[in-house]
Design a protein around this ligand. Structure first.
Ligand SMILES: [Zn+2]
Length: 539
């Protein structure tokens, strides 16, 4: 009995179901017809880097401690990595149980786990040889398969769609070919193959496909995303033909996808409302004045773009760019001794400046709730450009996170225009509350991802009610006849099985799975990962 798990980052049934019906995705259609399918609720906010650790641990971010790509550390931030995950992953648990495990390209797995099997790490990896376990894995297959890569080589910007799309398809082929070869040549009981490329592509190209997008551009790239899905579907078919009869197949995404119209500079809003204050010294007053006149990283980027120097701009070293960005307003300009709230992170996260958590926190336990309510009241008055409320939903920290690390999470998650808008992850792009996305991105995440199961011991029951990304780890453990650790928050999806597995529970002491020692990445690794995230529009 083998288990094959296929991840498609950012896949949504809004695209998969119609394209499957139209015959574009015959292999996904087959899996859905012969098995079960359901919407998969992601983490809140629905972001790649908390979603995958949540899948891998079966625990909510309050227990595993990963809330975003970045973690605020006062005026700065640090990047998360696989050792930041404060719960054992299913790869560690299954390895400890003696199963052979293969894991390819799953986000937030660098530094690689020393699994009982093989691993190549996914997004948030540096450009290095050390992204695999065993350490010579890439080396052994390089001659047959060519160079492995984690992320695109071509950085998106409007006007270079053709080379961008070709590079995305090439990335899908790299991941597909390595998967096909490794699944035949390496032993495995459980294999996870992840495709990141469609998520990256949908951020950049959504408007070409979506006729209702406010910035829709008709033209030759209308089917570019669909054809990317077709390519992934083709690799899924080739994998299915290589696995034995008694294999169970799961297909999943970490969140869904939809259109993106604008971005919101939540820090500008917090500044306008007096929750965020700037330092009053001369240099900062100059920076603030320049900022209010519109001199910002975004405006300078557009200036560079207008004169056709963007290639030069992407080639300058990170140090140079940081110096340039440093001339503008940033978290370094914030007067923390007078600041109540700030936003850092994707989609819409607000942190209060909490004493004892933030280095110069001023919000105390006594006034935490009243300050948070003040911020929420102001947020509810935030209006769209056409006067309608911008905030669709406000989710409090304790409504979505619980556990030992929950207090590290954002205090407020703001859903902006039903996720049609997202917050800018760092300080601000310019001095407007509502602004255009710097790179011209037109797609972003939604909460509902996809879940499909088919094969050995799976019912052919068609469409089911929504499941949660937390449910997958306990379901995988039970399906493989392994005890389910009680720390896991999700439930075993008994309804998908012909013969529901006998569920046994065992705590971590009994299973021998341990949490990894936290490793702080070297400066070189960090700068490479940051560079990659910046190229993808995540920073
Ligand atoms: Zn994702």
């Amino acid at each position: 009995m083998k288990l094959l798990i296929i991840g498609i980052d950012g896949a949504t049934f809004d695209l998969v179901r119609p394209w499957a019906e139209q015959g574009h995705l015959p292999n996904l259609a087959h899996l859905m017809e012969e098995g079960v399918s359901a919407d998969l609720a992601s983490t809140l906010p629905p972001v790649t880097s908390p979603a995958w650790p949540t899948f891998m641990t079966g625990c909510n971010p309050g227990k595993h401690g990963v809330f975003d790509f970045i973690q605020p550390t006062g005026a700065d931030f640090s990047l998360v990595n696989s050792t930041t995950i404060r719960q054992p992953t299913i790869w560690q648990r299954l390895s400890a149980a003696g199963l052979k495990v293969g894991v390819l390209n799953v986000p937030v797995t660098y530094p690689p786990h020393e699994v009982n099997g093989f691993m190549i790490t996914g997004i948030l990896s540096p450009n290095s040889e050390h992204i695999c376990h065993p350490h010579d894995l890439l080396e052994r297959y390089r001659e047959t398969l060519g160079e492995y890569r984690v992320a695109p080589d071509v950085q998106f910007k409007p006007g270079i769609e053709q080379s961008y799309v070709e590079d995305i398809y090439a990335l899908i082929r790299v991941h597909g070919e390595w998967a096909l070869t490794l699944m035949e040549n390496e032993p495995w009981d459980v294999l996870m193959v992840h495709f990141i490329a469609l998520d990256i592509m949908k951020h950049a190209m959504w408007r070409h496909m979506d006729e209702r997008h406010p910035r829709h551009e008709p033209g030759p790239y209308k089917h570019a995303i669909r054809d990317g899905y077709r390519l992934v579907d083709d690799y899924i078919g080739r994998m299915l033909r290589r696995v034995p009869e008694d294999t169970t197949v799961l297909v999943m995404s970490d969140h869904g996808f939809g259109p993106l119209s604008k971005i919101v500079n939540l820090n500008v809003f917090l500044m306008q409302k007096g929750f965020l204050k700037l330092k009053g010294d001369f240099v900062n007053r100059l920076k603030a004045a320049a900022f209010h006149m519109g001199m910002t990283p975004a405006s300078v980027y557009h200036m560079i773009e207008t004169v056709g120097l963007q290639n030069l701009a992407t080639r300058v070293s990170k140090e140079t760019r940081n110096q340039v960005v440093g001339r503008f307003l940033s978290f370094n300009s914030v007067d923390w001794s007078r600041t109540v709230a700030y936003s850092m992170g994707h989609v819409g996260q607000i942190y209060l400046n909490v004493a004892g958590r933030e280095p110069q926190g001023i919000v105390t336990t006594d006034n935490y709730e009243s300050k948070r309510q003040e911020v929420i009241r102001a947020l509810r008055k935030l209006r769209d450009e056409d006067g309608s409320p911008l905030v669709t939903k406000i989710i409090l920290r304790e409504e979505t996170y619980h556990g030992r690390y929950a207090e590290k999470g954002p205090d407020i998650h703001v859903v902006l225009d039903d996720y049609n808008m997202i917050a800018f992850p760092l300080f601000a792009t310019n001095n407007e509350v509502i602004a255009d996305q710097i790179r011209g991105d037109s797609g972003s995440h939604r909460r509902e991802g996809i879940f499909i199961a088919q094969g050995h011991n799976i019912r052919a029951a068609g469409r089911q009610d929504e499941v949660n990304i937390l449910d997958l780890a306990p379901t995988i453990m039970a399906h493989l006849n392994q005890p389910v650790p009680p720390i896991m928050d999700g439930r075993v999806l008994e309804e998908i099985f012909v013969q529901p597995p006998q569920i046994a529970y065992a705590d971590d002491l009994e299973t021998g799975a341990t949490v990894r020692q936290i490793r702080v990445l070297q400066a070189e690794e960090t700068s490479q990962i940051e560079e990659r995230l910046r190229n993808l529009g995540y920073l």
